[in-house]
Design a protein around this ligand. Structure first.
Ligand code: PLP
Length: 344
């Protein structure tokens, strides 16, 4: 059976143009600074995001962890959102690799209450950890995909800066946020000290994230990447796909958002309690099967039998993400399959 895979935008596969570019890439030993294709990708990234420098790393997780290693000292505290990847899905890396503790705060559709940020910042004192970094995520929550505006980011960054903190942005899906808000990624990067963006999600490259920031930040990040075994040799083959991703896959993300709206509307037409339409902002749709008396595993298996893959994320909820590998026809087929299962 050919499956339609809605579990994540990470399942996207390299486009024909990427495959050609990977094969033909001019490469060199990147640890020695001799891979022209990596250099081209890093220069492109830095200029697109308005930062001094960029570094290609293996994954979003590695980018996040290197950033925290660069920006903190042992025993520091970082402030982040309760639903973030950094807090929940990086194997305790901030503790294991940086020796820092997390102060996790609640958000409302991705936004922190400014009072909560202020309250989370430690007063200076002999017994207090130092509040060192405020970590943002945009889009926020990989099961929701809320976008945060440049204005909101500037406001929270202002609070952090006034308290001597750095601001780091996990922008795994920052291009989705930019598409949803109709702003540039440079606008979304303007008020943060450092950020990462994933090439492997909606942009469909098979590899890599770009970590970006000041020249000094990236110099230090390169050194730490080497320490943790992330230095790479003829990785220009992979960087070549990243270049195609930045050049040709950004503008089509709006299509994924249209398809997510189509999916959400289709689900709401089956039963309006299945989906909260107000919370579908980018390419992620969360479905709650509790009101129709079904659990997530039952629905996941029943959909799999019909050739549709979805991700269970709770006892009664599933996530579906639209991406390059799925079109409106696939969305309609998924809605029809869900209708068929629920109406049995
Ligand atoms: C918000 C966010 N940050 C970071 C990551 C980590 O990226 P990677 O899977 O490349 O390590 C993900 C992956 O899903 C993510 O959604």
């Amino acid at each position: 059976m050919v499956y339609k895979d809605f579990r994540s935008d990470t399942v996207t596969q390299a486009t024909p143009e990427m495959r050609r570019a990977m094969m033909e890439a001019e490469v060199g030993d990147d640890i020695l600074g001799e891979d022209p294709t990596v250099q081209k990708l890093e220069t492109m990234g830095a200029s697109m995001f308005g930062k001094e420098a960029a570094l290609l790393v293996v994954s979003g997780t590695m980018a996040n962890q290197i950033a925290i290693m660069v920006l903190t000292q042992l025993g520091d505290e970082i402030i982040l959102g309760e639903e973030t990847h950094l807090y929940n899905l990086e194997v305790g890396g901030i503790a294991a690799l940086s020796g820092v503790q997390a102060r996790a705060i609640k958000s409302h559709m991705g936004k922190f209450d400014l009072k909560d940020i202020k309250r989370a910042i430690r007063p200076k004192g002999v017994q207090s950890p130092v509040s060192r970094v405020l970590c943002l995520e945009n889009t926020y929550d990989l099961n929701r995909g809320y976008s945060l505006s440049p204005e909101y980011q500037a406001e929270v960054a202002g609070i952090a800066r006034a308290n001597g903190m750095a601001v780091y942005l996990d922008g795994a899906r920052l291009f989705n946020a930019a598409a949803a808000l109709k702003v540039t990624v440079a606008q979304l990067a303007a008020d943060v000290d450092a950020l990462q963006v994933c090439l492997t999600k909606g942009l469909a490259a098979p590899f890599g994230s770009l970590l970006m920031g000041s020249r000094a930040f990236i110099d230090r990040a390169r050194w730490i990447r080497q320490r943790i075994g992330g230095g790479m040799r003829q990785i220009g083959h992979m960087a070549a796909a990243g270049i195609v991703a930045l050049e040709s896959m950004v503008d089509r993300l709006a299509e994924d958002h249209v398809n997510a709206q189509r999916l959400a509307a289709g689900l709401a037409a089956i039963d309006e309690r299945l989906v909260d339409l107000d919370k579908v902002k980018t390419n992620i749709v969360q479905i709650d099967f509790a009101p129709v008396g079904k659990d997530a595993l039952y629905m996941t298996e029943a959909l799999l039998a019909r050739g549709i893959k979805v991700k269970p994320i709770g006892e009664t909820s599933c996530r579906m993400i639209t991406h390059y590998g799925l079109d409106a026809h696939d969305v309609d087929a998924a809605v029809a399959a869900i209708r068929d299962i629920l109406c049995k």
